[in-house]
Design a protein around this ligand. Structure first.
Ligand SMILES: [Ca+2]
Ligand SMILES: [Ca+2]
Ligand SMILES: [Zn+2]
Length: 250
């Protein structure tokens, strides 16, 4: 397991309320199929960690996973990519997930090696969107490689350990304030002229900036855009290629 972010909840292990927006679907799947696959993938994380997702109809919101299909690099190569949370990336792109529409997608594995399971890849990318880095554990969904015959059944214990290293367990808040204020029923505060004699509000301590070096935004070599790559030809060419591949991308 490895993490690349403190998570949407800030430092410590707390909760996050996020939204998600699905903009389109690939030619191989209906929009309903995509919505179902994404929901399954989000639920996989919400069942374990205190992260909640509400579907949004408005693209581009802060604290939102904007999920889309578009051409990335054609068939092969990059399968999908995701942006780490807003402690790593600008709010505009933090949490966004993009799938390569040039790939063949399916749900499950009825098509075998001819298509990738959207649920499996979505669980992986949403893991990144929540702050997880690749894992060295080959059985983890966050492993850096995938085969088109793999399909999602459950998170690996390594994935569970990773997400619980940055968020509170599901059903708890970790004793902290929730990140992302859920809609409340309280009436809006009436605006009154500011009272000039009020002493200054004590500010919360400024969060310590991450000590990791600033990561460049070159889309071809960007640590903050963690690309989930595969190469079918290398994958099928044997173990030594597999390890070379893992070393290169892992
Ligand atoms: Ca591709
Ligand atoms: Ca498949
Ligand atoms: Zn990845």
């Amino acid at each position: 397991m490895a993490v690349a972010s403190v998570g949407w909840d800030g430092a410590g292990k707390r909760s996050a309320d996020l939204t998600y927006y699905i903009s389109n679907a690939p030619s191989s799947l209906s929009k309903a199929d995509v919505a179902s696959a994404i929901k399954t993938a989000l639920d996989a994380w919400s069942k374990v960690a205190s992260v909640r997702f509400t579907e949004s109809t408005i693209p581009g919101l802060a604290k939102q996973l904007d999920i889309s299909f578009g051409k990335i690099d054609g068939s092969g190569g990059t399968l999908a990519q995701a942006y780490f949370p807003d402690d790593v990336n600008p709010s505009r792109i933090a949490g966004d997930v993009q799938f390569d529409s040039s790939e063949n997608w399916e749900i499950g594995n009825a098509k075998g090696a001819a298509a990738f399971d959207l649920v499996h890849v979505a669980v992986h990318e949403i893991g990144h969107a929540l702050g997880l880095d690749h894992s060295n554990s080959g059985s983890a969904v966050l492993a850096p490689t995938v085969s088109p015959t793999e399909y999602f059944t459950a998170l690996d214990q390594d994935d569970v350990d990773a997400i619980l290293s940055i968020y509170a367990p599901a059903g708890t808040t970790g004793g902290g304030t929730l990140s992302g204020t859920p809609p409340t029923k309280t009436p809006p505060v009436t605006t009154t002229p500011p009272v000039v004699t009020t002493p200054p509000v004590t500010k919360a301590p400024t969060p310590t900036p991450p000590t990791t070096p600033t990561k460049p935004m070159n889309p071809n070599d960007d640590w903050s855009i963690l690309k989930y790559r595969i190469n079918r030809f290398r994958w099928s060419s044997g173990l030594s290629e597999f390890y070379r591949f893992r070393r290169f991308f892992g």
